[in-house]
Design a protein around this ligand. Structure first.
Ligand SMILES: [Zn+2]
Length: 439
């Protein structure tokens, strides 16, 4: 007697992520109602289960869907704008003026859809997002069939989206009420940064996050200037200020965390905060090198983020894994710093843990959602393959992603993206925005 399931995926290699450093050969995943119901050797799977849908992956590595722990998806429409400028000039001379003129519901919807297509194609199944008009991002992520944690953004200065702190929070909370029943979506409170939100706003953010039991998503300690400005304005470093205002705790996602002294690191560890490491953005904006190997040694949870496509300029977690590993080695002059499995953990389970979703996503385990990604190693440029985990970090690129499932639903199949909107339509919309943004 065989047992009925919806899907069986048979793969040459299967990397569950937990337990660490494990690559299972010739294993299968059985899926029912969007969840993983079994992980077992192929021969046993073929004998035990019958499935409506069977996917054979004879030259592939199956892994959990990647978790992008920090993005501004809609900024994909500004890909390549203001390149080669440091953070504050990039924001003040390029990004903020363009956003002031053009950020709107339709800009965010279209930009997020473009980003979701790029992320899904590259194996990313969950995105932790922060941007204006989060209701438009929620709509686009849902339309793309991608899992997302949408930020209730908070900034002190007026933008076309909202007039003041109260207005940002009111609009964000309305968005959450409107989208709460959508299973693909979660929410965070997202104060932009310590230098753009007042003490009062930060305190309210902390209270709201605790009341709603959702993460706090904030840029922090990104540049050396941010630290010296905070010392002049508040007499303390930004993290110390956040601690005083009640923001530090297991729900805090500290994005960037580049410039950290010993006290900052102890504070992150003591409060069980998570860090969203964005190596490419930090390199491109010349912000510095986050001390990730040391944070991992201190048992601080780290996830990986792409940041927005305007400071990266791609939403590609396979590349972030590679950059994270290489940057840690060159920064410490130690080739053993951040080995391949450590960065794969960051791009999957680390991100899931930071979002409070480690019981649902981030590893291939019975009971979890079937958010999965397959990477093909059939191409001669990916052969031979002695260690599939190191292959994912040092050899494969996002072009090798062949299949992606979100909650068991295929979103990429044999390299083809399956979205409600065709690439032709998406390119048409993107081209209209390109014309608009430069005028
Ligand atoms: Zn950012």
């Amino acid at each position: 007697m065989t047992e009925a399931v919806d899907q069986l995926i048979h793969s040459r290699w299967l990397i569950p992520v937990s337990p660490a450093n494990t690559a299972l050969e010739h294993h299968s995943v059985a899926i029912r109602a969007g969840h993983i119901v079994d992980v077992l050797p192929q021969a046993d799977a073929r004998a035990r289960y019958r499935a409506t849908e069977i996917t054979e992956l004879p030259d592939h590595i199956l892994l959990p869907g990647l978790v992008n722990l920090h993005a501004h998806a809609a900024m994909s429409l500004m890909r390549g704008m203001g390149d080669d400028l440091p953070l504050m000039r990039w924001l003040q001379e390029t990004i903020w003026p363009v956003e002031g003129r053009h950020a709107s519901k339709s800009f965010v919807h279209d930009g997020t859809l473009l980003a979701a297509r790029e992320m899904l194609r590259g194996g990313i199944t969950t995105c932790n997002d922060m941007y204006f008009y989060p209701e438009a991002a929620a709509e686009a992520f849902t339309r793309a069939g991608m899992r997302a944690v949408v930020g209730i953004i908070l900034i002190d200065f007026p933008t076309p989206y909202a007039s003041d702190a109260d207005d940002y929070l009111r609009k964000g909370l309305n968005m959450r009420d409107q989208w709460r029943a959508e299973p693909l979506l979660g929410f965070s409170i997202a104060p932009h940064a310590p230098y753009t939100v007042s003490d009062g706003g930060l305190e309210r953010a902390a209270t709201l996050a605790a009341e709603l039991d959702i993460p706090l998503h904030i840029h922090v300690h990104e540049t050396a200037t941010e630290i010296s400005d905070s010392l002049s304005a508040h007499g303390v470093r930004p993290l110390a200020r956040l601690e005083r205002l009640g923001l530090l705790g297991p729900g805090l996602i500290a994005v960037h965390a580049v410039h950290l002294d010993d006290t900052d690191r102890a504070m992150l560890s003591h409060n069980a905060c998570s860090v969203a490491h964005c190596p490419t953005s930090n390199m491109k904006l010349g912000s510095g090198i986050a001390p990730i190997a040391d944070l991992v040694k201190r048992n601080i949870n780290v996830g990986l983020g792409t940041d927005g496509a305007a400071s990266n300029n791609r939403l590609d977690l396979l590349q972030e894994m590679r950059h994270a590993a290489l940057l840690a080695k060159v920064a410490s002059l130690d080739a053993s710093a951040l080995p391949a499995h450590a960065v794969l953990h960051m791009a999957t389970l680390g991100g899931a843990h930071a979002l409070g979703m480690a019981d649902k996503i981030g590893s291939i385990a019975t009971g979890k959602l079937a958010d999965l990604c397959a990477v093909s190693i059939a191409d001669p440029v990916t052969q031979p393959c002695f260690d599939p985990i190191s292959h994912l970090v040092y050899v494969c690129g996002r072009e090798h992603v062949s299949h992606v499932w979100v909650g068991g639903v295929p979103r990429v199949q044999n390299g083809q993206v399956l979205l409600q909107i065709s690439d032709k339509e998406l390119l048409g919309i993107t081209s209209l925005w390109q014309t608009k943004l430069v005028n």
